[in-house]
Structures are given as structure tokens and as C-alpha cells.
Design a protein around this ligand. Structure first.
Ligand SMILES: Cc1cc2nc3c(=O)[nH]c(=O)nc-3n(C[C@H](O)[C@H](O)[C@H](O)COP(=O)(O)OP(=O)(O)OC[C@H]3O[C@@H](n4cnc5c(N)ncnc54)[C@H](O)[C@@H]3O)c2cc1C
Ligand code: SF4
Ligand code: SF4
Length: 434
């Protein structure tokens, strides 16, 4: 397969998390033209929200940011943010795709990311910041996080008083020296042909409010694992200080398998990352909070990857108390939260006081994956993840459509990266045969 031949080929990668990024970079390094669609304002996916990654405790954004920048600068990769496929039709061996691109209201060529607009915006500090899981506030014109790629601001149409109600003196426009803000920008529909498609739309997390017995959303001091990641992160709402509602908790209770391996929620599968991310959270607490009391409730610990068992053991040996048994409920006690749990090893019914309870919520297929699969006539499994071939785990039921990352089922970062590489090589094989 000659390089010139591959240069004529064009692949669409849907999703700019670590899975899509890996596949796009692999394909582009082989000479293929790639268009990456990211539905959000920046690439990075969930991994860019993480503080550190198990089991090495490497800084997540330090690992991922260079790859995100490589995508943006690669001469064979075209990156489209705020964009998703709307219509897809088979066209010969390839696909005709219509892409919906939402307006950013900021001219990317002119924006220098100086931040003056955000400082002047009348909505400054009034809108919930999605990147920090609503634990902090932002303006209507903003950059999603400091290392965002592209490094460009955008206007949140729903939050902006001018876009949503036509009522604002547009202080942002006054503040912008480069005249980058353009409220006349409209949604665009772009039609293009692609020789193959790689799907990497990632995952959702279980909605913890469904477990009423844990009081998420009603009890102060109950949060999810992904929220805890933002609390730990230096780019998070507390600048990495372990401060929640103005106080540093001392007694931490982590609950694994929330919404995983659970018939009640219809998800009998293991989410594969929560045992390990909980061990990571406990280790971070041990490092940062002097004299912390740390408990972890578990069904059994699944530490299947390289150095995972050692990491879990060192967490336990470092003074984290593992209790086999999942709590029945959490209530507000006089001196903090009360976690009621049956210790399955001793048979004892225990009531443990905690300042903070962290729910390790399980993985779910994204709600809009169904729509994407319908467009492509791609089969899904009993839970809604994209169904794959057992011999070629990136191959879907539609020829020329490949999948990587969490979209086909729970995976940690190393497995997501491996699946991105596999999707790229199967895709090369397919376009090479055309
Ligand atoms: C709390 C928590 C902690 C974790 N800690 C670790 C850890 O320490 N180590 C580790 O190895 N793993 C960890 N993980 C797992 C890790 O986050 C995943 O393995 C990884 O994010 C999967 O990447 P992905 O690219 O498949 O999906 P995602 O990260 O979800 O990225 C998918 C991207 O696709 C975009 N997208 C979705 N649909 C569309 C569409 N229709 N059009 C365009 N774009 C779309 C999304 O906006 C998103 O940017 C953790 C997970 C959680 C929840
Ligand atoms: S839109 Fe203008 S003011 Fe805002 S960050 Fe970009 S250049 Fe600066
Ligand atoms: S128009 Fe008003 S609300 Fe909208 S971004 Fe500008 S200052 Fe903020």
C-alpha cells in the first residue's frame, strides 16, 4: 500500500477523547487525511478531567495535553469542535456524511485567548462550569479549561443574555481588542465524503441520584468519583486543595460499584475502572490529608492490569480500611454522615461516621450513542455499548465503521489507547483494500 495511495484517503473520527486522539494520530502518521469531530468545545474527553492516573499516579493532563496539541497542529488532521454527524449514508465503499457545526460566536483566527471578554461579561461567575461538574462558576463567554484545544474562547448560547434573550450591552465585544466576537455566526451543515469512519464517542456515568439511599444531591458531603477528581486537580474549583464546603474532611468513605454489577439498575457488568480509581483516590487522600481516616466498601476488588494488584495492596497497606460489603444507606448523623454497612467478612453490622462519601459511579453507554448507531446501522449489545467482533475488537457490524475506547464497553486508559491503535490498523486494512 503506497503512501501516495493513502494520502488520497480520508477518514472521519467521531470523538476527541484519548481513544479518538490515538486513532487519529495513528492514521495521520500513516499518511491518511483525518477529520476529527468533537461535540464539545475542546478535545480531551474524560481523561482531561482526571487529576492523576492509576497505577503510576502520573498527572493526567501532562500526559494528554501534548497529544491534544499534536492533533491540532498535525498537517493531515482537520479538527472540528462543537461538531457532530447528523446524517450518514453509504456511498460505494465509503460514506457521505452531513456534519452539524454549532456556532462558537468567536472567530478562531482572531481570538488570542486573552480572557478580557470573560472578565467583562455580565454573567461572570453566574453560570455553572460543566468541566468542573458544576462545582464552580464561569461567564457566558469562556474557555472550558486552561489547556483546552483549541485554545479559543466560546459563547455559551443558552447562558449569554444577548444570544438567548437579545438583552445585553455586550461588554464582551467592547473588551475584545481583536474584534473576534461575532454574534452573527450561524449553525453550519457541512457535507463530505469519507472512506471509513472510526467511532470514539466514549461514555456516560451512572446517575447517582437514582440511588436515593445514598442521598446524592440531597445530603451535603456526598459526591461522585468524577467530582472528586476535580476537587483533587490543581485546575479544579479549589486549586487542588482538599476543601469541601469550606472544610477539609478527615473521615473519608468510598463506595465502589455504584450502579455497576447491580441487577437493580439493569447493569450487571463490571465498569472495570472504579476499583482502581477508588484506590487512587484513597492514595491521594493519604498523601494530602494528615491523619485521614479512610474506608472503602467493595464487593470484590478487580485489579487486573499491569501493577494494579500491587497498587491496590499498597493502598491497603498504607492504612486504607477495606470493608467487604456495600452500604445499605447513608443518613445525616449528629457528627457527620452515617454509613450503615454489613461487613461480610465478620458478619458485623457497622455504622461509620464520615465527613465525605465518594460514590464510584459506574460506566454507561452515552445516551446519544443509539442515535449515532442508528445513522450507521451499527449494532449495539444488550447494555447499549457498540457491538464488536470478538476477533477484531474494533470491527463493528457495518463494514468500514470501526470503534475504539469506552464506546464498545468499559476500558481504562491503557486499554483505550490499545483499542485506538487497533481501530486505526483495521481501518488502514479496510481502505487499503478499496
Ligand atoms: C472518575 C474516573 C476516574 C478515572 N481514572 C482513571 C485512571 O486513573 N486511569 C485510567 O486508566 N482510567 C481512568 N478512568 C477511565 C478513563 O476516563 C477512560 O478510560 C477514558 O476516558 C476513555 O476514553 P474515550 O476516548 O473512550 O472516551 P471519552 O473520554 O468519554 O471521550 C469521548 C469524546 O467523544 C466526544 N463525543 C461523544 N459523542 C460524540 C459525537 N456524537 N460527536 C462528536 N463527539 C462526540 C465526547 O464529547 C468526548 O470528548 C477514569 C474514569 C472515571 C469516570
Ligand atoms: S474573544 Fe477576544 S477578548 Fe475574548 S479571549 Fe478571544 S481575543 Fe480575548
Ligand atoms: S453578550 Fe453579554 S452575556 Fe453574552 S457574553 Fe457578552 S457580556 Fe456576556
Amino acid at each position: 500500500m503506497g503512501e501516495r495511495y493513502l494520502q488520497e484517503k480520508h477518514v472521519l473520527v467521531v470523538g476527541g477523547g484519548i481513544g479518538g486522539i490515538t486513532a487519529a494520530l495513528e492514521l495521520a502518521s500513516c499518511g491518511v487525511r483525518v477529520t476529527m469531530l468533537e461535540g464539545g468545545p475542546s478535545i480531551g474527553g474524560r481523561m482531561i478531567q482526571l487529576d492523576k492516573t492509576f497505577p503510576t499516579l502520573d498527572c493526567s493532563s501532562c500526559t494528554l495535553t501534548p497529544k491534544m496539541v499534536e492533533v491540532a497542529l498535525h498537517p493531515r488532521i482537520e479538527l472540528m469542535t462543537l461538531a457532530k454527524p447528523m446524517g450518514i449514508e453509504r456511498n460505494g465503499k465509503g460514506f457521505s456524511v452531513s456534519i452539524q457545526k454549532r456556532p462558537r460566536f468567536v472567530d478562531m483566527k482572531k481570538c488570542t485567548a486573552c480572557g478580557a471578554c470573560s472578565g467583562a461579561c455580565v454573567m461572570k461567575g453566574r453560570l455553572s462550569d460543566e468541566f468542573n461538574l458544576r462545582l464552580s462558576k464561569r461567564a457566558a463567554i469562556y474557555i472550558p479549561f486552561p489547556q483546552a484545544v483549541p485554545q479559543k474562547y466560546l459563547v455559551d448560547g443558552d447562558g449569554c443574555l444577548f444570544v438567548s434573550r437579545g438583552k445585553c450591552k455586550k461588554a464582551c465585544v467592547e473588551a475584545c481588542e481583536t474584534r473576534a466576537i461575532n454574534f452573527d455566526e450561524k449553525e453550519e451543515i457541512i457535507e463530505s465524503y469519507y472512506d471509513a469512519i472510526v467511532l470514539a464517542p466514549g461514555f456516560d456515568l451512572y446517575d447517582a441520584t437514582e440511588k436515593r439511599e445514598y442521598g446524592y444531591g440531597s445530603l451535603e458531603g456526598v459526591m461522585t468519583g468524577i467530582e472528586f477528581e476535580r476537587i483533587c486537580s490543581v485546575t479544579g474549583p479549589t486549586g487542588g486543595e482538599m476543601v469541601i464546603n469550606g472544610k477539609t474532611p478527615k473521615r473519608f468513605y468510598f463506595i465502589q460499584c455504584v450502579g455497576s454489577r447491580d441487577r437493580q439498575t439493569g447493569a450487571r457488568f463490571c465498569s472495570r475502572v472504579c476499583c482502581m480509581y477508588t484506590a487512587k483516590h484513597a492514595t491521594i487522600v493519604r498523601d494530602r490529608v494528615k491523619d485521614a481516616e479512610i474506608y472503602v466498601s467493595y464487593i470484590d476488588v478487580r485489579a487486573y492490569g499491569k501493577n494494579y494488584e500491587e497498587f491496590y495492596k499498597s493502598t491497603q497497606e498504607g492504612g486504607t480500611y477495606y470493608i467487604r460489603g456495600i452500604p445499605g444507606d447513608i443518613t445525616q448523623g449528629e457528627k457527620g454522615l452515617l454509613v450503615r454497612v454489613e461487613d461480610m467478612l465478620s458478619g458485623e453490622l457497622r455504622e461509620i461516621e464520615a465527613d465525605l462519601v465518594v460514590l464510584a459511579t459506574g460506566v454507561r453507554p452515552r445516551k446519544d450513542t443509539a442515535e449515532l448507531c442508528n445513522l450507521l446501522k451499527v449494532d449495539r449489545d444488550e447494555y447499549g455499548f457498540i457491538r464488536t467482533d470478538s476477533i477484531a475488537p474494533s470491527r463493528t457490524s457495518t463494514k468500514g465503521v470501526f470503534v475504539c475506547g469506552m464506546a464498545s464497553g468499559p476500558k481504562d486508559v491503557p486499554d483505550t489507547v490499545a483499542s485506538g491503535g487497533e481501530a486505526a490498523s483495521r481501518c488502514l486494512e479496510y481502505i487499503g483494500e478499496q
